[in-house]
Design a protein around this ligand. Structure first.
Ligand SMILES: [Zn+2]
Length: 167
């Protein structure tokens, strides 16, 4: 990794490109500056916070990121996947440990940008980036697969999810 204080140049512009792609791909919006009840990034930063609205369109906040963490995530993003199809859970009221498969949303996805990870890496990336996500099927040549969210809702069709690798 480049040290701090690197002179602006080609690397700097590439960095800008990655960051712009990440902000757009993740659907991040800059929080309104000076708002009383601002949000905080998980690192504690409260200023210049980007928010990701929930996927359901309710306008609630799914997660927050400060500008520093946005840059970190952008540089560590391996790939972007897009949800192509969602199968709603059979019966969301049934606990899945008693009735395997019920209560869990499934979603088909494909890699739409970046590298196509192998199966092992894709499993880890999904697990690290989507809460309670389990990879069920994956074709590592085509970059298409299917995951389930244990006892939860899958992001709707068309959602782009950046897969941030270990930083
Ligand atoms: Zn942060």
């Amino acid at each position: 990794m480049a040290a701090h204080g690197t002179k602006p140049g080609r690397k700097e512009s590439e960095r800008g490109r990655y960051v712009a792609q990440y902000i757009q791909g993740a659907g991040l919006r800059l929080d309104i500056p000076g708002k009383e009840d601002g949000f905080a990034c998980k690192c504690g930063q409260k200023h210049g916070i980007y928010i990701r609205p929930t996927y359901d369109g309710s306008g609630h906040v799914q997660y927050c990121l400060c500008q520093k963490c946005v840059v970190k995530n952008a540089l560590a993003t391996k790939s972007y996947i897009t949800v192509t199809n969602v199968n709603a859970a059979a019966d969301p009221d049934l606990p899945s440990h008693l009735f395997p498969g019920s209560g869990s949303d499934g979603a088909a996805f494909k890699v739409t940008s970046g590298e196509i990870p192998n199966r092992e890496l894709m499993y880890d990336l999904l697990y690290d980036n989507i809460v309670d996500c389990n990879l069920n099927q994956y074709d590592e040549n085509a970059g298409v697969g299917y995951f389930t969210i244990i006892d939860g809702d899958a992001p709707p069709s068309g959602t782009v999810i950046p897969l941030v690798g270990k930083i």
